[in-house]
Design a protein around this ligand. Structure first.
Ligand code: CO8
Length: 256
């Protein structure tokens, strides 16, 4: 798996995907977004990968937003298209990926960068991380799902304030309000992300995929129906037989 703007390292069923434009603080230009879209298509059929960790190159930034220089001259229709295509091809694809995606936020996660981290299934951050949606300082609003995902994660009032003021959350504050799950020293960030990912790889990947789909539906009217359907579906799978047999035989399950 080779991409011009991403570094992808796969080990022990875990892919570390690094946004690789450190000279521009990993700002999301068309090239990075195209590569992310391709990666999340390719990963579906790649049996060597069970968990994905997203992070940014360098010690300063996860991603400092969409590439302002690239879209600065766009008109209304081009802006709308950029947002719509980006959401469909990247952000929603990540959220709906049936393999777990962990964002390891290693510095600035601003604008589209925070929107990318929020499309992951959960986030951990380094102590130097700064997270925010500063689009109104550019005369814009978040366009890659930020007005929808931020209130779900931290509540409507906090999201309103964060978007209106463009203030950045420190990592510590982000943890307090549930925007990130954990904060660790930067030197330990990837190791901790891999530790969490390693735990996940030991569990049934088919069950985890169904869990992601069900949890993603928690705020939809048919969320309970989706849970019931997923629950029933899993009874037909080998992992269910292996998991329950291993319990009865007092051994650890060996999921394929
Ligand atoms: N786009 C393009 N280049 C960027 C970006 C960006 N978002 N952020 C940083 N860079 C570049 C800088 O231009 C600079 O490049 P150069 O050396 O060639 O001038 C390099 O990265 C280093 O940046 P700084 O010198 O500014 O580094 P500082 O440490 O002084 O500041 C900051 C770091 C505070 C992160 C600062 O770079 C900054 O404010 N960046 C912009 C943050 C921002 O506003 N992000 C939101 C962008 S808008 C957005 O994401 C909209 C998403 C939805 C789009 C939907 C489709 C329209």
């Amino acid at each position: 798996m080779t991409y011009e703007n991403l570094l992808v390292e796969v080990e022990n069923k875990i892919a570390v995907v690094t946004l690789n434009r450190p000279q521009a603080l990993n700002a999301l230009n068309k090239g990075i977004l195209d590569d992310l879209s391709s990666f999340f298509d390719d990963v579906k059929s790649n049996d060597d990968i069970r968990v994905i960790i997203l992070t940014g190159a360098g010690e300063k930034s996860f991603a400092a937003g969409a590439d302002i220089k690239e879209f600065a001259s766009f008109n209304a229709e081009e802006g709308k298209q950029l947002a719509a295509k980006g959401q469909e091809r990247v952000f929603n694809k990540i959220e709906n990926c049936t393999k777990p995606v962990i964002a390891a936020v290693n510095g600035f996660a601003l604008g589209g960068g925070l929107e990318l981290a929020m499309s992951a299934h959960f986030r951990i951050a380094s102590t130097n991380a700064k997270l925010g949606l500063p689009e109104v300082t550019l005369g814009l609003i978040p366009g890659y799902g930020g007005t929808q995902r931020l209130p779900k994660l931290i509540g409507k009032g906090r999201a309103m304030q964060a978007i209106m003021t463009a203030d950045m959350f420190t990592a510590e504050r982000a943890e307090q309000i549930g925007l990130v799950n954990e904060v660790v020293e930067q030197a330990n960030l990837l190791a901790r992300a891999k530790e969490i990912a390693g735990k996940i790889t030991k569990n049934s990947s088919i069950a985890i995929g169904q869990a992601i789909t069900a949890i993603n539906s928690y705020d939809k009217p048919n969320g309970f129906d989706i849970e019931i359907a997923s629950f029933g579906y899993l009874f037909e799978e080998d992992d269910f037989k292996e998991g329950t047999t291993a319990f009865v035989e007092k051994r650890k399950p060996n999921f394929k």
